[in-house]
Design a protein around this ligand. Structure first.
Ligand SMILES: *Cc1c(COP(=O)(O)O)cnc(C)c1O
Length: 226
C-alpha cells in the first residue's frame, strides 16, 4: 500500500510538471479509475485526500465494492436498467450520452428526491468507450436536458482512442474542449473530464480540469508503455 501512495505522489508531480510546461494555472481534479482494484487499494488512495472520487466502469463492480466511506463516479457506459443502482450513491455520472438514459436518471432521481449531477460524454472515436454524442450535437442535447429538474449538468467527459499520434490526440481533446466551452448559459457547467494514464499531459494542455488515471496510479508509471 505504501507503493500506492508513492505512485500517487509521483503522478501528482507529473501533473504539476505538465501544468508548468503548458502554463496552466487552473486546479486539476483527479478521479482514480477503480476497475479491477480492491476496496483496500481504493481506500488507500482516497484516504490521502488528494483525489476527488473513485470512477467505476461497470455497475456490477460498483455494487460489489460500494461503501459510503468513499466518493464514487460512474465513468463507463451506463445501461438504462442499471440506473436504479447508482442514483443517490454516485457524485457524478460522467457518461450521460443519450436521451433515454436521461429519462431514466430523471425518473429515478425524482422518485428518490435527489438531483443527480452528470457529465455529457462526447464521442471521440475511442474503442474503449463506444458511447458518446457527437461534439456537434452537444448544444442541442444540453438544450433538450434543460427541463429535467432532477438532472444537473456539470460538464463534459471524453475518452481519447489509445495510442494515436499526438496531433490526432490534440485534435480529439480540442474538439471536446471547444464543444464544452460553447455552452455558456448553463450554471456550474464547469467540469471537463479528459486524460488517462497515457494521455493526461496532452489533456492538461487541451483544457482538462479532471483527470481519470488508472494504471499509472495502481501499477505505477513504469507500467505505462507509450
Ligand atoms: C480504464 C479507464 C480509465 C483509466 O485508464 P488508464 O489507462 O488505466 O489510466 C479512465 N477512464 C475510463 C472511462 C476508463 O474506462
Amino acid at each position: 500500500m505504501e507503493k500506492l501512495i508513492e505512485n500517487l505522489n509521483d503522478f501528482l508531480g507529473k501533473v504539476a510538471e505538465a501544468k508548468a510546461r503548458y502554463s496552466v494555472n487552473r486546479d486539476i481534479h483527479i478521479v482514480a479509475a477503480g476497475k479491477f482494484r480492491t476496496v483496500p487499494e481504493l481506500t488507500t488512495v482516497f484516504s490521502t485526500g488528494k483525489i476527488d472520487a473513485i470512477g467505476e466502469n461497470r455497475v456490477q463492480e460498483f455494487r460489489d465494492k460500494y461503501t459510503p466511506d468513499l466518493t464514487w463516479d460512474i465513468i463507463g457506459q451506463l445501461q438504462t436498467n442499471k440506473v436504479k443502482y447508482v442514483i443517490g450513491k454516485v457524485r457524478l455520472i460522467q457518461s450521460l450520452d443519450r436521451l433515454n438514459l436521461a429519462d431514466e436518471i430523471q425518473r429515478v432521481a425524482a422518485a428518490r428526491g435527489v438531483v443527480q449531477q452528470c457529465l455529457i460524454e462526447i464521442n471521440s472515436g475511442s474503442e474503449e468507450s463506444k458511447g458518446g454524442i457527437e461534439a456537434e450535437d452537444l448544444s442541442e442535447f444540453v438544450k433538450r436536458l434543460s427541463d429535467y429538474p432532477n438532472i444537473k449538468l456539470r460538464g463534459v467527459m471524453a475518452v481519447a482512442p489509445r495510442g494515436i499520434a499526438e496531433d490526432k490526440l490534440i485534435g480529439c481533446f480540442s474538439k471536446a474542449r471547444d464543444a464544452f466551452l460553447s455552452i455558456c448559459d448553463v450554471p456550474d457547467f464547469d467540469i471537463l473530464s479528459m486524460g488517462m494514464s497515457e494521455d493526461f499531459p496532452i489533456a492538461i494542455k487541451c483544457g482538462s480540469n479532471l483527470l481519470r488515471p488508472g494504471r499509472i496510479l495502481f501499477d505505477g508509471a513504469s507500467s505505462i508503455i507509450k
